[in-house]
Write a new protein. Structure first.
Length: 330
């Protein structure tokens, strides 16, 4: 249902996704100050350590904000971090009403609405909530689950093999699928494989053919050593080595690094372990029109029966891509 605050919230959301708004450990937040249907101040959060959107809008106000309405995309915070509580700043400025879209999902920063109401300020919530959730979908996911969103990418033959039994490496997917994978890589914060894949395939874990900055972090899972001349270390690239065997604990380490979206590219043992731990949120499975016969399977050691709630199937060159959400079947 539309409200009178929708146009102002739309402007606040546009501020939140400004070019220099953060992508990382902090949410994207925009704020506008409104008096008598006029916007008298605008602000957005520019990244860790900088003032929050509400404080930026107050500082940019063209007239006194006392008695005005603050329209903000995320519930004003109530905690002291690298900056002070935004709820207190709004109270001290004399704001009479606060309209926000998304409640803060974190225990640390939540409680702003209660603090505002206790100070006698009218609070309106849920305005353009769906749009606000979309702006900070990855950040919200990490805060709710304590780990990044995980996409598992696999490629296999029609008979479920990922390589042949011989010593020569098998190229499964065609050029079109490989280009599509580069787009997928460009959309994440980190790309991870196991040490077995490093030893067998010597991948670079880079985005090829697309200009991406910053490049996704290269992550290697497992305790086996990674050779100094491995291609994943090329040009002095930063590589995060995670020896933690528990998938949830490993993902927590990535969340601590500010990783919000992870692309897990295997191999078979890592893929099975993360599926079984129920920490894979989406699967992109490429099926090649090829029968390999003898060779390693796409999954190694999966001990539960699992299906995919399929959300998409498409033909990519000569390959077929199946996208789905893992669902354990009892």
């Amino acid at each position: 249902m539309s409200t009178a605050w929708d146009p102002y919230m739309s402007e606040a959301l546009a501020l939140a996704v400004s070019v220099d708004a953060p992508r990382g450990v902090n949410p994207r937040v925009g704020c506008v100050l409104v008096r008598d249907s006029r916007v008298i101040g605008r602000g957005y959060h520019r990244g860790s350590g900088t003032v929050h959107a509400e404080v930026a809008a107050l500082a940019a106000a063209t007239e006194s904000p006392s008695g005005a309405t603050a329209v903000v995309t995320l519930e004003p915070c109530a905690h002291v971090g690298r900056t002070g509580p935004c709820a207190d700043a709004l109270i001290e400025a004399g704001i009479s009403r606060v309209v926000f879209a998304q409640p803060d999902p974190t225990e640390q920063a939540a409680g702003g609405a209660e603090r505002l109401r206790a100070a006698g300020i009218e609070v309106v919530t849920g305005v353009l909530l769906e749009q606000a959730l979309a702006v900070n979908a990855d950040w919200s996911f990490v805060k709710l689950h304590g780990r990044p969103h995980v996409t598992l990418k696999l490629a296999g033959s029609l008979d479920g093999r990922v390589d042949s039994a011989g010593g020569e490496r098998l190229i499964l997917t065609g050029a079109e699928a490989q280009e599509q994978v580069q787009v997928l890589r460009a959309s994440v914060d980190a790309i991870a494989v196991g040490t077995g894949t490093i030893a067998a395939d010597d991948p670079q874990l880079t985005v090829r053919g697309l200009d991406v900055s910053p490049a996704p972090l290269r992550v290697v899972l497992g305790s086996a050593p990674v050779a100094a001349d491995a291609r994943v270390r090329a040009a002095g690239a930063e590589v995060m080595l995670i020896t933690e065997r528990d998938p949830q604990s490993a993902l927590s380490l990535l969340a601590d690094r500010g990783i919000q979206r992870l692309l897990l590219e295997g191999g078979p043992t890592v893929a099975a372990a993360y599926l079984e731990a129920a920490v894979v949120d989406e699967v992109h499975w490429y099926v090649s029109p090829l029968l390999v016969g003898q060779g390693p399977m796409a999954l190694n050691g999966l001990r539960v029966q699992m299906g995919l709630d399929v959300t998409g199937v498409d033909v990519v060159g000569e390959d077929v891509r199946i996208i789905g959400i893992p669902a354990v079947r009892g």
